[in-house]
Every structure is written in structure tokens, then in C-alpha cells.
Design a protein around this ligand. Sequence first.
Ligand code: KG4
Ligand code: ZN
Length: 341
Amino acid sequence: MRVLGIETSCDETGAALAEGGAVRANALLSQVKLHSEYGGVVPELASREHLRNLLPLARAAFAEAGWTPEAVEAVAATRGPGLPGALIVGWRFAQAFAFARGIPCLGIHHHEAHLYSAWIEGSPPRAAWEAFEPNVSLIVSGGHTLLVDVPALFRHKLLGRTLDDAAGECFDKTAKLLGLPYPGGPAMDRLAEEGDPDAFDFPRPMLNDPGDDFSFSGLKTSVRYFLRDHRELLEEEACVRDLCASIRQAIVDVLAAKTLRAARRLRRGCVTISGGVACNRLLRRTLVEACAREGIRFRAAQPAFCTDNAAMIALVGEKLLESGRAPTPWAADSEPGWTLS
Ligand code: KG4
Ligand code: ZN
């Protein structure tokens, strides 16, 4: 089935085309530069950018695949959760496109799409649906930290989530305290590679809590107080690298340990990670090594599919429609607060 996928839930505009599980085009426009001036995503600016860029981006996707709009047999678009104004742009575009062409339109849960982005592999990329196996999946982004049990394709149970800041938010906020530009996660990851992770001892919140929830605001606060009392450390590049390494280690220790513990408890033979923070080098290395030790298969989304993208929306949309999922009624609105049930 030839599917057009649309993603506009936050600050990335995406239009992608997929067919038979293969990605034929994946057009993406990040607004990071625009929002970096403000130190975070400005919702109203995000909606306006989506509005300005979605149509040209969809045209670029059609050109990349060599398809005409008439070739599309179904549309899949992120219906939630996300920024209300941003979601409306993509969802209504998708509905209008599908309605005008008389084809089905399916609303996709953004996190459900992330859950399967680790199964997109190869070049050109395709979804390895045939390789799917029950897994525990960690979705870590700027807005979300979710631990999910996925016993079967499109069946999932939310195990835990962050009670306050998301892991990416913790990277970004602590990076800001260190004077790094927004979004600070990638910069902190780079600097941390040359730092000493044992130089400073920051808390590992909820590491020993038996539940699957996370909390990162305490770590952020601890870094803030530490820097208030040791501002002079920021003058030295080596100290900044050590601070990056120590903060990164604290975040990754918690994410990796809790993910592995859930996989062990549920006897899942596979762990997957996705979302922007899944690009983190230490998180990937730690889980590769720990999973190998425990005989658990590990799949991390390719960096291009870690962050928000429309390819994962198109692929999940195609698979859901082929599995018999009914198209979303035309009267349905976007759902900014849609929870993963
Ligand atoms: O998936 P994403 O684009 O979704 C959101 O918009 O939330 O993720 C962006 C987040 C940011 O917080 C960014 O700092 C973080 O992912 N990030 C990283 C890395 N690359 C991106 N965090 C740590 N290490 C990285 N290498
Ligand atoms: Zn996302």
C-alpha cells in the first residue's frame, strides 16, 4: 500500500512516502535553529513554521520518490500527543489530502510510531516487521521518557514514565547551566566523550526504586546548586568536559539500569530504544554491552529515525491499515493529550 506519512507534533516538520514496508522518501525540516534563540520550543512559532513548510516538504517527498499525489492510497499522520497548534497543521493537512482523494486517513499515536522506529533498518530503509519479537522499549526524547512493554506487534503496556522532567530535558537544562547552546544534549554528549565520568558525583534519581518510573528534576537541581557554589569550574574547559561526562553518566546509569531490569523481570529477549536521546553514545554503548552480557538482543533506532520523522508514521500507518485498523473518522480532532494505553 502506498502511504503518505505526516509528522508535525513538535518542532520537526516531516513528510514521507512508504510502500510495502520500504521508505521511498523521507523529507524532514528541523526548526531547532529557530527555537534555539529562545532556549526552547516556542509553540506558536512551531505551528507557523509547520504551516509554511509542510506543503513544499510534501512536494519534495513526491519528487524524491518519483510519485504523483494520485499514487497515494492512504494517509497516516501524527494525531497526538504533542503541541496543540503544531498537531492541527499536520492532522488537518492529512485529512484534507485524504478526503480530496477519497482515500483513508489514519491518525497515529506519536509514541506508538517511536516504539517501532528501532525496527527500521538498512539502506534504503525498510521496516523489518518479519524480525519483530517481544521487547521492552525505551522512548527517550526532549519531551518524553517512557518505558513500554511490547509483547506483540501493536500491543503495548506502559510500564513507567518520568514523573517530572524528560531525560532529554535534563540533558538540555543541565547543558544550559554549563553554558552550552540549545539543544544541549548532543553538545554534552560530544564533550562528555573526553571527560571523566567519575570526576563529580551526581545523584541517580529513582535508580533503586522498585517501580519503572523515572525522575530527572532532582538531578538538574543538584547540578544547579553545585554550580552555584563552584562557578569557577566553568572557567576551565577540562572541568566542563568532566561535568558533562559526570552528568551524562548519571542520566545513562538510570535509563540503562531500569530498562534492563524491566526486560529481565518480564523475560523479554529484546530491548529497543528510540527518541532523540537514543542518539546518545554512552546510552547506546552501555546497552549494547549490557544486553550482550545478558543474552538480550538490542536494537537502537538509526540516528535518522531517533528524532521525530514522518517515515516511522508512514510505515506504522501502512502496517496498521494492512492489519485491519479502521481509518480515523473524519470528525476526529487531533489529540494533544493522547496517552499511550
Ligand atoms: O526526539 P526529539 O527530537 O524530540 C523532541 O523534540 O523531544 O529529541 C530531542 C532531544 C533533545 O532534548 C536533545 O538534547 C536530545 O534529544 N538529544 C540528545 C542527543 N541527541 C539529541 N541527548 C543526549 N545525547 C545526544 N547525543
Ligand atoms: Zn518524538
